[in-house]
Design a protein around this ligand. Structure first.
Ligand SMILES: C[S@@+](CC[C@H](N)C(=O)[O-])C[C@H]1O[C@@H](n2cnc3c(N)ncnc32)[C@H](O)[C@@H]1O
Length: 359
């Protein structure tokens, strides 16, 4: 998508899918976190907030957050909730501020809800904008949804230092591939170092995996032990990567639940960037081949229990833990794998590669 210059622009399919995911995830995040952090409070930070709506849609990340914060089961907890928005384009920042005030008048907002709209660059303002509402005293969910090339690494690092915080980053690999020998300053800011420039020396097929892996490592190093990444591909073949960094495997589970609940995300294909075969599939008609191949590959190294395979699926792939059993059942049926040890629990049931039969 060309970068829009008007205040509002048309929402594309990627963005619609992102909104669906965000709403589903936030509908779990707000009540869970507001219950857990009643004293410290919670912060939704939108570093690239946009104008609040589209020429063809009334939905946007700021309005999704506002809606969730106002839910009676969230607002009723009286937890301090801060919504912090930053937008670099003055017209869009004003549009968002006016829209939030028109849709949710200040006078009827709960007293524990603070909303701040700031005009300026995310990298310049985030520290102060979050500090001035007391946001650094509790967990921060940072939605870093720029044009895919503009999230400074220092922001990710700062959020990662904060207990129970999370980031959702939009990442556009093509920009870095195109400009590895040109606009290097952006790459330095996003990756936090110059190693990414090696992409220029790599064969075409190796460029994207290299950048995605490097960015993923960066999120780990920043302090997120779990990094879920997936690629969305629209009908025109345009692709966009999302990285979700968290310290909690419960959060990974919730995020995946959102991803795999299908309605509203149709028209998109999804790909696990770590799948060596780079297979993409419609989430409405999932293909479990990459998960099956991944399990066979793991078992080629050593035996694994069902519990370990579920953990692998959850934390290292686009698939859910519940996808493992049917895939393993089918591998057992095909005699590609066999039970090395059986038992009632997933910990007890251990799988290994099947002996190749000669006949
Ligand atoms: C992809 S749009 C955001 C869409 C929004 N999150 C939503 O879901 O509706 C990116 C926005 O970031 C703004 N932007 C670009 N660079 C920025 C920066 N350095 N700091 C803050 N905002 C920026 C753009 O003006 C644009 O409105």
């Amino acid at each position: 998508m060309a970068v829009p210059t008007d205040i509002l622009w048309e929402r594309d399919l990627h963005t619609a899918a992102k909104h669906t995911l965000l709403r589903r995830y936030q509908s779990a995040w707000f009540p869970i976190m507001a219950r857990r952090f009643r004293e410290d409070g919670i912060t939704f930070f939108d570093g690239f907030a946009g104008p609040g709506k589209y020429t063809n849609a009334q939905e946007s990340s700021p309005l999704i957050a506002m809606e969730q914060a106002l839910r009676s089961d969230v607002a009723g907890l009286r937890t301090p909730i801060r919504l912090v928005f930053i937008e670099a384009d003055r017209r869009r920042a004003e549009h968002l501020d006016n829209l939030l005030n028109a849709r949710h008048q200040q006078s009827i907002r709960p007293p524990d809800l603070v909303v701040g709209v700031h005009h300026g660059k995310c990298g310049d303002l985030y520290e102060q904008a979050i500090a001035e509402v007391g946001g650094w005293s509790g967990p921060v969910f940072a939605n870093l949804d720029g044009w895919g090339v503009d999230t400074d690494y220092k922001i990710v690092q700062r959020v990662a230092q904060q207990q129970s915080s999370e980031v959702l980053v939009t990442f556009q690999d093509q920009f870095f591939i195109r400009f590895a020998d040109g606009d290097q300053e952006a790459g330095e800011r996003v990756f936090g170092h110059s190693e990414w420039r090696q992409v220029d020396q790599l064969a075409t097929a190796a460029k994207t995996p290299f950048l995605l892996d490097l960015y993923r490592q960066g999120l780990h190093t920043a302090g997120f032990p779990h990094v879920l990444t997936f690629e969305m591909i629209d009908e025109g073949g345009h692709s966009l990567h999302l990285f979700f960094g968290t310290t909690s495997d419960v959060a990974v589970r919730k995020f995946k639940d959102g991803l795999w609940e299908v309605d509203g995300v149709s028209g998109q294909r999804f790909r696990d960037p770590r799948d060596p075969d780079q297979m993409s599939f419609d989430i409405l008609r999932p293909d479990f081949t990459p998960l099956a191949n991944g399990i066979v590959e793991l078992l080629g190294g050593r035996d694994y229990s069902m519990a370990q395979l579920c953990k692998h699926a959850l934390l290292e792939t686009i698939y859910k833990e519940t996808h493992v059993k049917p895939v393993v059942d089918s591998l057992l049926e095909q005699r590609r794998v066999e039970l090395a040890h059986t038992g009632r629990s997933y910990e007890d049931r251990v799988l290994r590669l099947a002996e190749q039969s000669l006949f």
